[in-house]
Design a protein around this ligand. Structure first.
Ligand SMILES: [Zn+2]
Length: 72
């Protein structure tokens, strides 16, 4: 199980400076880009290539946070 303390220091690799992750069942979900990270053997797998994309996104480039940073 992920402890509260650990959860507070974890960040989404897509935007490490600003994001928070929240625990949802057996996943961690980024509050910003909604990427869903699996928890394997009690450890979150914070690898974007292994994360599950939110509905409506086919690739990492389509994540809301990535689009934001490209539009002036
Ligand atoms: Zn994110």
């Amino acid at each position: 199980m992920i402890s509260k303390e650990l959860l507070e220091i974890l960040r989404c690799p897509m935007d490490p400076s600003r994001t928070r992750l929240r625990l949802a069942d057996d996943h961690l979900v980024c509050e910003r880009c909604a990427l869903c990270f699996r928890i394997k053997d009690g450890f979150p797998v914070l690898v974007v290539e292994e994360a599950i994309l939110p509905a409506g996104c086919d690739s990492l480039n389509q994540l809301p946070c990535q689009r934001e940073s490209r539009t002036p």
